[in-house]
Design a protein around this ligand. Structure first.
Ligand SMILES: Nc1ncnc2c1ncn2[C@@H]1O[C@H](COP(=O)(O)OP(=O)(O)OP(=O)(O)O)[C@@H](O)[C@H]1O
Ligand SMILES: [Mg+2]
Length: 277
């Protein structure tokens, strides 16, 4: 489905993503992990063309999406919906309108300017909100909602785009553990029920382990790990995070658990002695 071929992004003399190649051949939920500055956001943003790549190819079903221009590019940006850490809602607009903004690319410019949404758009927005469990908030202003609710609105907006895939850049980094779980459950459900590719940048190992079918570890712009969550040993994690013998997974933990409805204590902590064994 998606092929990265030698994709590089440089900012001046700094190489944020360095000759990265990998394929996603089936609808997977992929977690990208790595320390701050590893290149995770840059990698994701190149897919939907928010950041231009310096060189290489990104193919989607055989087509190099880095070469798309104009209407074709906007169409592609709608096909790979982005979810951000800071939600990126319009705070003073009501929730339903925020969700319908996901449709804007689908309308002609004039129609978008002069308003606006038809009954079908409203019905779809309410359905998307219902799916995320927040349809009762539809008429509130976005700024009145909690962070977890706002992120669910952002995911509903992404669904309104009718995307092929969802790209989420640290979707839970601003949320408490309970809301983090609700948001990750929602992304996982979209992957499972709609059979969509979800690529999710995550700061924390345990979330990637709990939710993803595949984990890609980045370090200094390179992919240094690509495998199943169960292959992500403490040694592999040390390699990704560039940590030494004192590496402790608790430092990368958000303490949420896919199999549990409540919050829990982090169980990711490992002593160096246990890690060595
Ligand atoms: N717009 C930019 N201009 C200059 N340098 C940039 C820009 N965006 C990213 N970089 C640099 O590229 C590298 C990778 O940044 P990126 O944001 O992709 O990392 P990240 O893994 O997402 O980090 P974080 O976990 O902090 O979000 C960093 O060295 C960063 O300083
Ligand atoms: Mg980032």
């Amino acid at each position: 489905m998606i092929q990265f071929q030698n994709v590089t992004k440089t900012f001046g003399s700094r190489t944020a993503v360095n000759k990265v190649s990998f394929n996603i051949d089936e609808p997977q939920m992929v977690g990208i992990i790595g320390r701050s500055g590893a290149g995770k956001s840059t990698l994701l943003r190149m897919i939907n063309r928010l950041t231009p790549a310096t060189s290489g190819k990104i193919l989607f079903e055989g087509r190099d999406i880095l070469r798309l221009r104009g209407a074709m590019m906007r169409r592609w940006q709608r096909d790979c919906a982005m979810v951000f850490q800071q939600f990126n809602l319009v705070p003073r607009l009501d929730v339903a309108t925020n969700v319908m903004l996901g449709r804007l690319n689908g309308h002609g410019t004039l129609k978008s300017l002069f308003n606006i949404f038809g009954e079908a758009d409203v019905a779809d927005a309410l359905q998307a909100l219902d799916r995320l469990g927040i349809v009762q908030e539809a008429t509130k202003r976005a700024e009145e909602l909690s962070g977890g609710q706002q992120q669910r609105v952002a995911i509903a907006r992404a669904l309104m785009q009718g995307p092929h895939m969802i790209l989420a850049d640290e979707p839970i980094a601003s949320l408490d553990p309970m809301n983090a779980k609700i948001v990750m459950d929602a992304l996982r459900q979209i992957h499972e029920r709609d059979n969509k590719v979800v690529i999710c940048n995550l700061h924390t190992l345990d979330t990637a382990r709990s939710y993803c079918d595949r984990v890609i570890g980045m370090r200094d712009g390179f992919i240094v790990f690509d495998g199943k969550p169960e292959e992500l040993t403490t040694t592999a994690a040390r390699e990704i995070y560039g940590a030494d013998e004192s590496f402790n997974e608790a430092a990368t933990s958000t303490a949420i658990d896919a199999g549990n409805t409540g919050t829990r204590e982090s169980v990711g902590a490992m002593t160096p002695a246990a890690a060595a064994g």
